[in-house]
Design a protein around this ligand. Sequence first.
Ligand code: PGA
Length: 249
Amino acid sequence: MKQSVKLIVGNWKMHGLSADLGEAATLRQALEEESASCRVVLCPPATLLDRMRTVVEGGAVELGGQDCHEKPAGAFTGSTSAAMLADAGASLVILGHSERRAAFGENDAAVAAKVEAAIAAGLEPIVCVGETLAQREAGDAVAVVSAQVENSLADSLAERPFAVAYEPVWAIGTGLTPTLEQIAEVHAALRAALVRRLGQAAARIPILYGGSVKPENAAEILAASEVGGALVGGASLKAEDFLKIIRAA
Ligand code: PGA
């Protein structure tokens, strides 16, 4: 199904200091001069959310977190809850990114618990799935991501806005991307899994592609079947690059 409005999300990961707030200001300004035909989201580190809010408030740029704890509050040193992200200005949150799954041992059940927490705080979750190179080479990509998406979602999502992001682990930060046929194949499987899991309500949920999206390849990827937007890492750090991707949507 073709989505009318694409969702373009910038994931700054562990990048961004006060000096980088100017990139958000540039983005806001540009989107005032040339209104975007897509939704634009920046996910800075949690430390910048509140100050970035003051930069983008009243403009077209929405803000998101990069992860949240599954509990609303408590004795969890170093963690950030969904309610805290919302309080700091986020309206969305990336969950289950492969870097969190790999480096912090997050499994599908943990991601599903975070999805519940995000919904409870009024955030729109962006649930990430993706296969490793070994899984793709073994012919298991579709089976792996289908299982991930079914097990990482929460029943309550059927009533809520959310997004799924397909991010092949081997394509993240490597400059490698799957072929358009491979992207279309996985997105079709994810659409089927979403509808199986949540019913027809999930037939219009945007399925983003992420992994080495750049100004040069954004247009063709965003035009591929069932691609409802992009989750962009490295190329979202500079407004100039990110704007080229936004214009391609
Ligand atoms: P990349 O990262 O665009 O730098 O490959 C994408 C992501 O991890 O979300």
